[in-house]
Write a protein that binds this ligand. Structure first.
Ligand SMILES: *Cc1c(COP(=O)(O)O)cnc(C)c1O
Length: 385
């Protein structure tokens, strides 16, 4: 089965009990047993729930993995992966991470004795150089947030394999429609399904997908033991979103291409970060089937110009998050990456004039017009300066 078909059918057979064509929302905490310990595969919804199972099966299928696990958020999914580590272990991670993942590493796991070494993800050799005898896990995002830098999944997978490390890829930005890390040698895929997978900005959820049986057992044990599971209704909403992932991603990609190109040509724009226009274009072509809907750019000027731009937009909403059908704009330095200390932000290129767009699936001309008028407003500020 091909991707579009799996998104609609994998794990989503007609309901055995009733024939319901769409997986029902099994809004139940518990399941009646025929006799002590005799049940139909489900006993308590923290452990397993049929609606969640359907989603977990579908997600595994789309990532070409054997096992999927759904969590209450992307960060709950990340936490479940990190639960396989012990005090003293070392993680090697890309430095251009989602702010919440950085916070989780630095303020939750680092105090527990799990040390994270950050490297430039664009430099594959840097991973090998950072490895100590305590290293257990390599963790990357590609494309990264918010600078849309790419890491070479196959190259880093080879480093992980040579050194006997596990290799996790946060695939939230690309989605399995555009990039399938397990096929490229990763051991673990992590998602914030909050973003493109659910796709409608109405769910917070996460997922982990793996191939290895033992790894699945460990993470599933943690899922049940710690309990941050995705509820039945959110699982159902995510399944509904998943059905249109392929056509949504095509449209996100098409709109983002048009916007990136127009930004690049605009006198009010200094630089554009977008995999399709990047010095890493060849790598993008190699490991991604499309470039996705995320763009960031540096506007001429500083905070005031950036503020004027984001508040002048009429279709793009100023909001955290990304990956929904509606276009969003964010200001990383004070929003998504506020939890990264200022010096660290500057070092990573998250400057006061950096703006991030999550390009939705509205009409491209409407979006282009909106950006054009907001850039004109911002230019007025530059004139005053
Ligand atoms: C949003 C996001 C997360 C965290 O997911 P939540 O669902 O908000 O917990 C992790 N990684 C990336 C790349 C994200 O964009």
């Amino acid at each position: 089965m091909k991707f579009e078909t799996k998104a609609i059918h994998a794990g989503q057979e007609a309901d055995k009990a009733t024939g319901a064509t769409i997986v029902p929302i099994y809004q139940t905490s518990t399941f009646t047993q025929d006799a002590i310990g005799v049940h139909k595969g489900y006993d308590y919804s923290r452990s397993e729930n049929p609606t969640r199972t359907a989603l977990e099966t579908a997600l595994a299928s789309l990532e070409n993995g054997n096992h999927g696990l759904a969590f209450a958020s992307g960060l709950a999914a990340a936490t479940a992966v990190l639960s396989i580590l012990k005090p003293g272990d070392q993680i090697i991670a890309t430095d251009d991470l989602y702010g919440g993942t950085y916070r989780l590493f630095e303020h939750v796991f680092s105090p527990l004795g799990i040390n994270v070494t950050y490297v430039d993800g664009t430099n594959t050799d840097a991973f090998a150089e950072a490895i100590t005898e305590k290293a257990k896990l390599i963790w990357i995002e590609t494309p990264t947030n918010p600078l849309l830098k790419l890491a070479d999944i196959e190259g880093i997978a080879a480093v992980a394999k040579q050194n006997g490390l596990l290799f996790a890829v946060d695939n939230t930005f690309a989605t399995p429609y555009f990039q399938q890390p397990l096929n490229l040698g990763a051991n673990i895929v992590v998602h914030s399904v909050t973003k493109y997978i659910a796709g409608h900005s109405d769910v917070v959820g996460g997922a982990v997908i793996v191939n290895d049986e033992k790894l699945h057992e460990k993470i599933k044990f943690y899922q049940n033991a710690a309990g941050a599971i995705l509820g039945p209704f959110d699982s159902w909403l995510t399944l509904r979103g998943l059905k249109t992932l392929a056509i949504r991603m095509q449209k996100h990609d098409e709109n983002a291409k048009a916007i990136a190109k127009s930004l690049l040509e605009h006198p009010q724009v200094l630089t554009v970060n977008y995999p399709g226009l990047s010095p890493q274009y060849q790598l993008a072509k190699k490991q991604m089937k499309g470039f996705g809907g995320m763009i960031s750019f540096k506007i001429k000027g500083g905070y005031e110009e950036a503020e004027k731009f984001v508040t002048s937009l009429k279709i793009f909403s100023l909001a955290e998050s990304l990956g929904g059908v509606e276009s969003l704009v964010s200001y990383p330095a004070a929003m998504t990456h506020a939890s990264v200390p200022p010096e660290e932000r500057k070092k990573r290129g998250i400057t006061d004039n950096l703006i991030r767009l999550s390009v939705g699936i509205e009409n491209a001309e409407d979006l282009l017009e909106d950006i054009e008028q907001a850039l004109a407003q911002s230019a007025q500020i530059s004139l005053v300066h």
